[in-house]
Design a protein. Structure first.
Length: 330
């Protein structure tokens, strides 16, 4: 350390490159000894070395007090949470799911952990996110469906119409998306889970179009069966147009065009398969569920005051609500 009145400098000494090219060059280093005497081959005593600043006595070669050996080890020691750590990176083959890879690593770690109980392991990156997401996936799906049910219930002022919209769309969409992954020999990855959540928001618009149109016809005096039939016929073209638009947008992703397409392909497969299967089922199931839930509303829920629908309060009774009104009565 060189000190000056206004500053100080830390000086680090190092030898020339030619003197530190091999491990044997460590033998040229000397350390000071507390004993006096001349150095001999057995390593006892110390020696005197002449330097530019004078003689330095009581020095012994480093090889006298140390031993060296060549081993294989890391070039640097990394730490994680103040513990010594080693990071293992892995890539997935196109037909291998990240869940299978993490399960294999967990099983291998469980075999060696009894021999090294102080060693701990944890996942990082996409593997960590995937594990956390799958543990909370059922809760997230239920929360998403519940929020959609509440919003639709407020808009329709009914307890049953949200089921008319959600059930015929969401269940076939999820089944179709997962079945498409299986048939295409794809994997359930983080992208496919994101595709499932996107699918929930896309497919429910079919039921909304049909139910909303049917409610408008009922307000105009139509009976339930005629209203839902008219809604299914009139809304068929808009439903097909919006579904095909979303479907065509996801087809390039499902086909796997572009760089790193293999990782994004499950997202497109889930959307394409879910939309196709949901489209085929929703158009036929929605009117049936609508009529059945209207019957359930009339004969069961309308008997309970706080479960009555808005149409019941307007018409005064469940039977009167189902009776068609003459044209021009409103």
């Amino acid at each position: 350390l060189i000190k000056e009145p206004d500053d100080q400098y830390q000086v680090i000494l190092e030898v020339k490159d030619r003197d530190r090219a091999h491990p044997s060059d460590l033998d040229n280093l000397y350390v000071r000894s507390n004993t006096s005497g001349n150095f001999n081959a057995s390593g006892a005593g110390g020696g005197t070395i002449a330097t530019t600043t004078g003689n330095m006595s009581n020095l012994v070669p480093l090889r006298v007090v140390t031993t060296t050996s060549e081993v294989i080890g890391p070039q640097a020691v990394n730490h994680f949470n103040q513990f010594t750590s080693v990071t293992f990176n892995f890539n997935l083959l196109p037909d291998v799911a990240i869940g299978d890879a993490t399960k294999f690593i967990e099983d291998a770690f469980a075999e060696i952990h009894p021999r090294y109980p102080t060693v701990q392991g944890t996942f990082q990156g996409e593997a960590l996110v995937f594990g956390q997401l799958f543990h909370s996936l059922p809760l997230l799906l239920l929360a998403a469906v519940f929020v959609m049910y509440v919003i639709l219930g407020i808009l329709y002022e009914s307890y049953v119409h949200p089921f008319t919209v959600l059930f015929p769309a969401i269940v076939p969409a999820v089944v179709g998306g997962l079945a498409t992954l299986y048939l295409c020999h794809s994997v359930l990855s983080l992208y496919s889970v994101i595709g499932l959540f996107l699918l929930l928001g896309i497919v429910k618009k079919n039921g909304i179009m049909v139910v909303d149109f049917a409610l408008q016809r009922i307000d105009e005096g139509w009976d339930l069966r005629s209203a839902i039939h008219e809604a299914s016929m009139e809304r068929f073209r808009p439903i097909m147009m919006t579904t095909l638009a979303a479907l065509m947008g996801a087809v390039p992703i499902a086909l796997g065009f572009g760089q790193d397409a293999a990782s994004r392909r499950p997202l497109g497969l889930v959307i394409v398969g879910g939309l196709i299967f949901s489209q085929l089922v929703t158009l036929f199931i929605t009117p049936v569920i609508y009529l059945w839930l209207e019957w359930f509303q009339e004969h069961v829920l309308d008997k309970v005051p706080f479960l009555r629908s808005a149409h019941y309060h307007e018409a005064g009774s469940g039977d009167e609500r189902l009776r068609p009104e003459p044209a021009g009565a409103r």
